[in-house]
Design a protein around this ligand. Sequence first.
Ligand code: 5RP
Length: 226
Amino acid sequence: MDRAKESAGRYAADLVESGMRVGLGTGSTVHYTLLRLGERIAGEGLEIIGVPTSVATEKEATELGIPLTTLDAVEALDLTIDGADEIDGEFQMIKGGGGALLREKVVAYATRRQVIVVGRGKLVERLGTTFDLPVEVVPFARPLVERELAGLGIETRLRRRDEREYRTDNGNAILDCHFSAGIADPAAMERRLDAIPGIVETGLFIGLAHICVIGDEEGQVEVRER
Ligand code: 5RP
């Protein structure tokens, strides 16, 4: 699995050119992108500025010598590289396994080109069949949101870490939502969930990805463009 992540993550880092403003995603595949960007900055003088999508990525990028900024300083990003938990044939995705969905979606929205890096195992026919959908919720509203989702027939599980309620970088909770038959219409589901007060963001990413880099265990990559 790591070989697949490494080949996809490194390949995407080589799409970055000097002068670019780059969105930096979150997760174990993007980890390899960050390593490669660090190598290129040190080795060939690549000049970029990055906007991280999580505190974890901010920390790792800083340690690797990748210069960072915020959305205060840049209006648009040229390229963003991020992972996914599931991606279908239309480049619709479930993200948020690492809890960074809100900032990841903001950065994806601000970017001209979104490159997704995955191992082949993340490709699915229908979203929600191999991974539960993360939904970020304001803690105050969680009981209401849980009841609303139950009313829609969606099973929820409150994410925990070390016996305590998990908190995102934004101080919110995550409900991992199970769809017994997957999500038939992801765009309609996103609209339905966004209409519930207290839901800050869902892990459904629709129409946001442009390029998908798929790594495999042999170290090969396949690149698909939308
Ligand atoms: C974090 C994410 C990640 O991009 C997603 O979970 C994929 O992670 P990994 O590359 O570790 O499998 O959405 O919120």
